[in-house]
Design a protein around this ligand. Structure first.
Ligand code: NAD
Ligand code: GLY
Length: 367
């Protein structure tokens, strides 16, 4: 599948360990790039390292004659910081990384966002290759080139648009995800379904049991569907300038505020699930959709065992509407101080909407 961006176009290869897209394809993919690759640094986290995925990728690179060192950071959102980026820039110097080297990000969205940010800045930009191993990263974060780190007070607020040279997705890695992390990915999958693709929504309604059982062909279908939606949107609005790409942020205005308030202890995909339901509630209040739509959204989330309200998020500390609204005002969709939300307008469709009366948002939070 192609992400079509003129000279920054790249392929997303999706497969499983038994198919063409296995981790062992990493070397072949890098060898087929127009500019020769002889040296890589593989970035991963300590969980993914233990599971052996980074080693498999490094071995595949070695088989293609590409030299690769492995750099390991602590797993989790706390690594998406300037401090970790700083230690990685230093490590890249120690590893003699030059402008022909490639940074290979093997892990979840944290490793992809952090690795991409480090690659975008080191020597004013070296190539990077996404090898996502979580459902969230396979359906969303590895595609589209949003890279970055968090500030303590604002998520994803330092970063760049910086596209990878390729994305390699091996869906067999999803077998080792714990249930919470799997649910995080499903939060993003439900986001695509409700806001952008009713046929995906219907598939999830029919096949929820197969999804939860992680049936390989069902997972393959879902990952393919989500990547296709994202590749299409990114190809048409890479830098989020027309409002199209902003639609991928359904549920995110609420989600980012909850994540920041919890000091990033609330997991992103679970916050997105709650945010999607709250955004639908807001759309009902503003007369954009009816209650039946809200019920269907809640039902979908429950069938995928996703949280549907803030009190379903165990890591969310005590909060009040004023605090959450203040955090929302730092959202990247704010323009001239005015809050914008991605709100559903019908099943599988949504729009970026300015909400003039902030009391409506307050009421939704307090309901
Ligand atoms: P993550 O990278 O922290 O991974 C979640 C956990 O799963 C980690 O502990 C990791 O070690 C572990 N893990 C990874 N692969 C595994 C596997 N195959 N088996 C078992 N454990 C595995 O988090 P995530 O949910 O993948 O990504 C969340 C991040 O992605 C957030 O920072 C979010 O802001 C970002 N994000 C970015 C974009 C984008 O477009 N760039 C989009 C969505 C989310
Ligand atoms: N995850 C939203 C985007 O990539 O634009």
């Amino acid at each position: 599948m192609l992400v079509s961006l003129s000279d920054r176009s790249y392929q997303i290869e999706i497969g499983s360990a038994t198919g063409d897209g296995s981790l062992g394809r990493a070397g072949v993919i890098l060898s087929s790039l127009p500019q020769t690759v002889t040296h890589c640094v593989v970035l991963t986290d300590d969980n993914v390292q233990r599971l052996g995925y980074a080693r498999t990728v490094a071995e595949s690179l070695a088989q293609s004659g590409i030299d690769a060192a492995i750099l390991i950071v602590a797993a989790g959102e706390q690594s998406k910081t300037i401090e970790t980026a700083n230690s990685l820039w230093t490590a890249l110097v120690d590893e003699d990384v030059d402008r022909q080297s490639v940074l290979v990000a093997v892990g979840g969205g944290v490793i992809g966002d952090l690795g991409g940010f480090v690659a975008s800045t080191f020597l004013r930009g070296i190539r990077f290759f996404q090898v996502p191993t979580t459902l969230l990263a396979q359906v969303d974060s590895s595609v589209g080139g949003k890279v970055g780190i968090n500030l303590p007070s604002a998520k994803n607020s330092v970063g760049a648009f910086y596209q990878p040279v390729a994305v390699l997705i091996d869906t067999s890695t999803l077998a080792t995800l714990d249930d919470d992390q799997f649910a995080c990915g499903l939060g993003e999958v439900a986001k695509y379904a409700v806001s952008l693709d009713e046929s995906l929504w219907r598939l999830l309604e029919t096949d929820a049991a197969k999804v939860l059982a992680r049936e390989p062909s069902t997972l393959g279908t879902i990952v393919n569907a989500c990547c296709r939606i994202k590749a299409d949107i990114v190809s048409r609005d890479e830098r989020e300038t027309t409002g199209l790409r902003a639609l991928l942020n359904f549920g995110h205005t609420f989600a980012h505020a909850f994540e920041t308030h919890s000091e990033y202890k609330v997991l992103h995909g679970q916050a997105v699930a709650v945010g999607s339901v709250l955004a639908t509630r807001l759309a009902v209040r503003l007369g954009l959709v009816d209650n039946a739509m809200l019920e269907r959204v809640i039902e979908l989330h429950k069938s995928l065992r996703l949280p549907v309200k803030p009190s379903d998020l165990p890591q969310l500390p005590k909060w009040d509407a004023g605090t959450i609204i203040k955090l929302m005002s730092r959202d990247k969709k704010v323009e001239n101080g005015r809050l914008k939300f991605v709100l559903p307008t019908s099943a599988g469709k949504c729009e970026l909407t300015e909400v003039g009366d902030i009391d409506e948002v307050k009421r939704i939070l307090e309901e």
